[in-house]
Design a protein around this ligand. Structure first.
Ligand code: ATP
Ligand code: TYD
Length: 239
């Protein structure tokens, strides 16, 4: 299915965003892979279709499981159609195992130690400051969201973690950690937005990454594309 063209209103590192009506957007996933806040960037033909299909698959699954998401449909290629939201400029990270920036700030723990309970972190969405870790109180003081919204974000993030961990575990995969973004719709309701793909989640298959960590660790675009294709075939996503 082809989606209507719209007016380009934003271009980020991973996606282009087109406005198609006052409350609907098209997000086009780019054939680019970036790491280290964009310092490492390479062309990756076919990647946009893989990350769009993964996002569509996970968002559709979450919607059917009762999570309010921005997802409407996927065009079968690099674009998804979503509801336009007022975004909360906070990255919400859920962790099941110690890894990445958690280990850098808490080097007392060994990578891939399982947490007794999942951690939910808030980071300010600001590349210039490298998305610093912030407190819920910081978010409230800066009026980015209310206390009630933060509590809802946390409970939805934990529910999403439960649903995705179980889904992936049924396919023999481990969900290490992932990043979510939320927005608010015209009725003031909190909605899960943005992307869910190998670019925003760490997923292990027998200890091997099926996610962007491969590229962060210095792997090639080819290795990354093979890993994303493997993830798609395990999940039964045909392209
Ligand atoms: P980063 O890679 O750090 O997330 P970016 O701006 O480079 O930042 P992209 O994914 O390339 O990110 O761009 C997508 C943009 O669209 C992000 O700013 C994201 O917050 C925003 N966005 C996602 N979903 C929605 C939505 N439903 N309504 C409005 N904006 C959205
Ligand atoms: P994290 O360990 O905080 O960051 P780093 O990649 O610097 O080690 O990442 C936790 C999870 O969140 C991981 O699955 C990647 C995802 N993530 C994003 O998708 N975008 C981001 O900007 C950040 C910082 C993390």
């Amino acid at each position: 299915m082809s989606l209507r063209e719209g007016r380009l209103i934003y271009e980020g590192k991973a996606k282009r965003v087109y406005l198609i009506s006052n409350d609907e957007l098209i997000m086009e996933f780019k054939d680019e892979v970036t790491a280290l806040d964009g310092a490492r960037k390479e062309h990756a033909p076919g990647k946009g279709k893989l990350t769009a299909s993964q996002t569509a698959f996970f968002m559709d699954y979450l919607t059917k499981s009762g999570i309010r998401t921005h997802f409407i449909n996927w065009d079968g290629d690099r674009r998804i159609h979503v509801r336009r939201l007022r975004m909360i400029p906070v990255e919400v990270i859920v962790r099941n195992y110690a890894y990445g920036s958690f280990i850098r700030r808490m080097p007392l723990m060994k990578p891939l130690t399982r947490f007794t309970a999942p951690l939910v972190e808030f980071h300010l969405k600001n590349d210039g400051l490298h998305d610093p870790l912030i407190l819920p109180e910081d978010i409230i003081e800066a009026e980015l969201a209310s206390m009630e919204q933060i509590m809802e974000v946390k409970s939805v993030a934990l529910k999403v973690n439960q649903l995705l961990s179980e889904l992936l575990s049924n396919h023999g995969l481990i969900l290490v950690d992932f990043k979510l973004e939320f927005g608010v719709n015209g009725n003031g309701a909190l909605v899960l937005a943005d992307e869910l793909s190998g670019d925003t989640m760490r997923i292990l298959m027998n200890g091997k990454h099926l996610d962007k960590e491969l590229f962060r660790m210095g792997g090639s675009v080819k290795e990354l594309m093979e890993a994303y294709s493997t993830l798609n075939s395990i999940l039964g996503l045909s392209l």
